[in-house]
Design a binder for this molecule. Structure first.
Ligand code: NAD
Ligand code: WQD
Length: 336
């Protein structure tokens, strides 16, 4: 079965292509390369032994997207393509709404036209806004605190409305907590351009000598050691969660949201400690003021995915930091 993977050259999409291939599906990648390297395709081939079809294209280009669906006999779409930098989204909100929201609407129009009615969407725990209780289950009220987050809230609403209007349509929204790690081969991982916004790539770049120290944003939160607590999930577990969700609901319809997390939180200092152990480098850090907009703690109630999809995260914090280090030390500058 052929699955079109929008954003399939990016961090999460590329790892999910590996999981799809392993499960017997055929991924066809559709990506405009705005935040990815063409070399990902070669790495995927070394890892899987298969050369995946790649179409360079933009989700806003309806004619090109339609041709990609029709010419490849696509039966479902895994939709990763989006802009994802929270800070940038507050500076360029229209660009984010255009790419993430208008882009998805354009895709859904084409999918309806050609009769492809299954979509798996990359949502985010950001749709829960400021947590009102922990752990966060799927019934937690939906909100957002920045334009990026609102694009996820809006797309979820659009998907739900579209499913409500069409008895055969299926949309699964996977709400990721904090994806980290890399393929265990060390051949594929995350390589953000510029200064990393997220904790794990910043630690990795510090360990490899590209940054002097990690700034720990706040040590006076109401958490065991005062630093922020998050639910980090290994990228390969996350990738397999997509396959599990699709396989479980292939014959179903409706809008189905799921958390993909481990249910376990780790503090900033715990992650730095784990990374130091994995890398053998004593990762330098300094306490710094809180980052505006950050919350103290965030972690998932992960039991719905376990019950309905038969999926749970298997890999622990050590696997996350080991695999990040393997990739970072092998490719200190990413694939470029
Ligand atoms: P990424 O930037 O590595 O991957 C996104 C890919 O989409 C890139 O390869 C980019 O070139 C492509 N793309 C962007 N706009 C496009 C367009 N208009 N047309 C075609 N291709 C386009 O990001 P990622 O971390 O792999 O994230 C994948 C998805 O998961 C995104 O939707 C993101 O919002 C979501 N998500 C990510 C995280 C995270 O922490 N990484 C957390 C929650 C949700
Ligand atoms: C984790 C913890 C920071 C960097 C973001 C998005 C969210 C989602 C995932 C897409 C926090 C601390 C960080 C640093 C630090 N993305 N930190 N020093 O903020 O939980 O989530 O990525 O949907 O929408 O907001 O992840 O990795 O940025 O931060 O101390 O240099 O690390 O304060 O406690 P976050 P993060």
């Amino acid at each position: 079965m052929k699955i079109l993977v929008t954003g399939g050259m990016g961090y999460i999409g590329s790892h999910t292509c590996i999981a799809l291939h392993k499960a017997g599906y055929t991924p066809v990648i559709y990506d405009n390369l705005s935040n990815a390297s063409i070399k990902v395709l070669d790495q995927l081939e070394v890892i899987t032994g298969a050369r995946f079809d790649f179409i360079e294209g933009d989700i806003l280009d309806k004619a090109h997207f339609k041709a990609a669906l029709v010419e490849n006999n696509i039966e479902a779409v895994f939709h990763f393509a989006a802009l994802k930098a929270v800070g940038e989204s507050t500076e360029q909100p229209l660009r984010y709404y255009q790419n993430n929201v208008s882009g998805t609407v354009a895709m859904l129009e084409v999918m309806k036209e050609v009769g492809v009615n299954r979509i798996i969407f990359s949502s985010s725990a950001t749709v829960y806004g400021d947590p009102q209780y922990l752990p966060i289950d799927e019934k937690h009220p939906i909100s957002a605190t920045n334009p990026y987050g609102w694009t996820k809230v809006m797309v979820e609403q659009i998907l739900a409305d579209n499913c409500a209007s069409d008895d055969n349509a299926l949309a699964i929204a996977l709400r990721y907590f904090n994806p980290v790690g890399a393929h265990p081969s060390g051949l594929l991982g995350e390589s953000p351009s510029g200064i990393p916004n997220n904790l794990m790539p910043f630690i990795a770049q510090t360990a490899v000598g590209k940054r002097e120290f990690v700034s720990v944003f706040g040590d006076d939160y109401n958490t065991p050691d005062g630093t922020g607590v998050r639910d980090y999930i290994h990228i390969m577990d996350l990738a397999e969660g997509h396959v599990a969700a699709f396989s479980a609901h292939k014959q179903d319809s409706g809008f189905l949201p799921y958390n993909l997390g481990t249910g376990q939180g780790y503090s900033v200092l715990e992650v730095i400690k784990a990374f130091s152990a994995s890398s053998g480098v004593d990762v330098a850090y300094k306490m710094a003021p809180r980052r505006p907009g950050d919350i103290a703690s965030n972690y998932a109630e992960a039991s719905l995915a376990k019950e309905k999809l038969g999926w749970t995260a298997k890999l622990d914090i050590k696997a996350m930091t080991d695999d990040t280090w393997h990739w970072q030390s092998k490719y200190p500058n990413g694939l470029e």
